[in-house]
Design a protein around this ligand. Structure first.
Ligand code: FE2
Ligand code: FE2
Length: 318
């Protein structure tokens, strides 16, 4: 970890010093005059969703996983406490983006310390997962640079686990996400554990549509709080130039009830249906982590830094 990250948190609770530091970083990365236009956008090609990813794997094996019991415990807490009000409060708190300023690459490195216990297949540090996902997508979709970058950053919201970001417990950072404000679908993993969730007894929230109208669009749906939602807020708050499909992947990649279970389609609008196909592609790579093929961080770093340049987000406010 280098000096910038250390500085970002060095000022601790000194608000004035923090403000000055953030201002300096943001000014440093502001585009100087009219730069030559750099774009990161979807390239029109014949669309395909692979059976398996570039490493030949497709996973999500809860049955044989040694982590099965730990995973169930995580969902026991998650399903009891993820209520509409809880998620709204977290969104309000973290949406202010007052936790720090750091570069995207530093943020990737920060995740080195964490392994995602909710993932039955994954026992690599998070940065390895990010690089493997990005490299595997890059092999199969060489022209879609936006997708490579999306893969690189998709789990950065897991910094919520870090003490500097509140040291949030795993049950509200990792694991599957789902809509709040309407009935919990049986397609959600460990659905029975929702019996402990007060929203399930609230007549305002426990019908099929709940507080929503049919085909209202997923953008208008409140999701359970976790790393997906947090990074989505960060990307929006930093005015990312990533295409809408990238934001869709970032926000819904843990929404398995939708992209694997086929539930909640009645909340989708036509735009969501269009973007769902990219999420189907992405999940093939997000789940490849049993691969023991290690990525050489130094080798892939220059390419990834060049992508980060393209979205003008060397430093981000979190
Ligand atoms: Fe994730
Ligand atoms: Fe992931």
């Amino acid at each position: 970890m280098d000096d910038v990250f250390i500085d970002a948190f060095f000022y601790g609770n000194d608000d004035e010093a923090n403000k000055r530091f953030r201002q300096r970083l943001l000014e440093e990365q502001a585009p100087q005059e009219e730069e030559e236009e750099r774009e990161i956008a979807i390239v029109e090609v014949d669309f395909f969703v692979p059976e398996n990813n570039a490493f030949g794997n497709s996973f999500r094996n809860y049955q044989d996983s040694l982590r099965r019991i730990a995973v169930e415990e995580l969902y026991r807490t998650n399903h009891a406490f993820q209520t509409y009000e809880f998620a709204m409060a977290k969104k309000e708190e973290y949406g202010r983006l007052e936790k720090g300023v750091m570069s995207i690459w530093e943020c990737c490195e920060l995740l080195n310390e964490y392994v995602d216990e909710s993932d039955p297949d994954l026992d690599e540090p998070q940065i390895e997962h990010l690089l493997q996902t990005a490299e595997a997508i890059r092999r199969d979709y060489p022209d879609q640079d936006w997708l490579h970058l999306t893969a690189l950053i998709h789990d950065l919201g897991k910094v919520l686990l870090h003490p500097a970001f509140g040291g949030e417990p795993k049950w509200c950072v990792v694991g599957d996400t789902f809509p709040l404000g309407c009935a919990f679908s049986e397609a959600i993993v460990h659905h029975k554990l929702f019996v402990a969730n007060p929203d399930g007894r609230n007549p305002e929230y426990n019908t099929k549509l709940g507080i929503y109208i049919e085909n209202c669009g997923l953008e208008n749906v409140a999701m359970s709080w976790g790393h997906d939602e947090y990074l989505y807020l960060v990307a929006k708050g930093n005015n990312t130039t990533l295409p809408p499909a990238a934001l869709f992947i970032i926000r819904f990649h843990s929404f398995y009830a939708l992209h694997q279970g086929g539930a909640y389609t009645y909340l989708m609008n036509n735009e969501d249906k269009e973007m769902l196909k990219w999420l189907h592609v992405f999940k093939k790579y997000d789940l490849h982590s049993k691969s023991k093929e290690r990525i050489n961080e130094d080798e892939v770093k220059p390419y990834n830094l060049s992508l980060i340049e393209k979205v003008r987000s060397t430093f981000i406010e979190l």
